[in-house]
Design a protein around this ligand. Structure first.
Ligand code: KG4
Ligand code: ZN
Length: 344
């Protein structure tokens, strides 16, 4: 029997809706929010307002592109958390309203689980190899930096994570101090391609086990720039490519050291990437080359599934629905990963 899932994602600053039929994506519509760029970061109140404006047209378009109507769906999967509470409320309330009016069941989805399961999204007419279980997932975004051991589609454990900032925040803060705007990751990536990664050195953290830390390296960049700017006020503009390349390479080194350790510790030789930072060209190249060198297989996400999207929420919703796990109208959003009890 076919299973058709409508997915809704609104955890941060992207409003997205997708339709998935038996692991195959029929549509995935995204509406980003330009409004935050002039503030240099996501403003929660503006994000929830933009979600309210976007959600209806986005869902409507996802259904139209999939050439289905609400009658054809089996369940409505929505991101329950973690994320910004006001943003999550918009998607959750919309999903509940839709469920009430159509009688279709609701499936609440943990946003992180969506990222983890994104390698399983199939696209029409495209062959793609999928990781086998168990595999390791390096989840790197603006809110998360985690190494996750995925045993089954719905069974996973976090075996390493950042004790302070996420790596995406480090990219964004680097871009901010260099005057490159927000979000910083893509623009740092672009400059890094033109620069020398060995031009400057930034200190790396010493954190035990598989955990990460990114606040020190950010401070190291700040102090370095302060000293250099005292000598030469044009230091940043004259060295922008080398600065981006060197800082990006330090972040990638930090990510890779622990990922390689996780491969050694667990003996698992399949590694998937997910989250906004997995769009980074330097990181993608390094994971692939380290995999070739050390004998682990790498699964890189399609670019459009790296950042937040509803296709991955529909994918996770599909796995839940298949096992008979649905939620009800009492489901409320949760902002922190730790508070998330459902769907794990
Ligand atoms: O997964 P995502 O869209 O949202 C969160 O859940 O946070 O990730 C957004 C993060 C931002 O920090 C952004 O700067 C970063 O992903 N990012 C990148 C690149 N594209 C997006 N970081 C480095 N290189 C990129 N090409
Ligand atoms: Zn995300």
């Amino acid at each position: 029997m076919d299973i058709t899932i409508l997915g809704i994602e609104s955890s941060c600053d992207d409003t997205s809706a997708a339709v998935l039929r038996n692991e195959v994506l029929l549509s995935n519509v995204m509406a980003g929010q330009e409004v935050h760029s002039k503030y240099g970061g996501v403003i929660p109140e503006l994000a929830s307002r933009a979600h309210q404006q976007n959600i209806l047209p986005v869902v409507d378009r996802a259904l139209k592109l999939a050439e289905i109507t609400l009658k054809d769906i089996d369940a409505i999967a929505f991101t329950r958390g973690p994320g910004l509470l006001g943003s999550l409320l918009v998607g959750t309330s919309f999903a509940k309203g839709l469920s009430l009016s159509t009688g279709k069941p609701l499936v609440d989805v943990n946003h992180l689980q969506g990222h983890l399961l994104s390698p399983f999204i199939k696209e029409q007419g495209k062959e793609k190899e999928q990781p086998g279980f168990p595999f390791l997932s390096l989840l790197v975004s603006g809110g998360h930096t985690q190494i996750i051991l995925v045993e089954e589609p719905l069974k996973f454990s976090i075996i390493g994570q950042t004790i302070d900032d996420a790596v995406g925040e480090a990219f964004d803060k680097c871009a901010k101090v260099l005057g490159l705007g927000y979000p910083g990751g893509p623009v740092v990536d672009r400059h890094a391609k033109l620069g020398n990664a060995k031009a400057f050195k930034f200190s790396k953290p010493h954190v035990a086990g598989l955990d990460y830390s990114f606040s020190g390296v950010k401070t190291s960049l700040l102090y370095f720039l302060r000293d250099k700017m005292e000598e030469n006020p044009d230091f940043i503009t004259q060295n922008i490519d080398d600065l981006c390349a060197s800082f990006q390479s330090t972040l990638i080194d930090i990510l890779m050291d622990k990922l390689i350790l996780a491969v050694k510790k667990t003996g698992i030789r399949e590694v998937a990437l997910g989250g906004g930072v997995s769009a980074n060209s330097g990181l993608r190249e390094r994971v692939v080359s380290e995999g070739e060198k050390r004998g682990f297989k790498v699964f890189l996400p399609e670019f459009r599934f790296t950042t937040d999207n509803a296709a991955m929420i529909a994918m996770a919703g599909y796995f839940h629905f298949k096992t008979g796990r649905v939620s009800d109208l009492s489901a409320v959003p949760v902002s922190r990963a730790l508070d998330y009890k459902g769907g794990l």
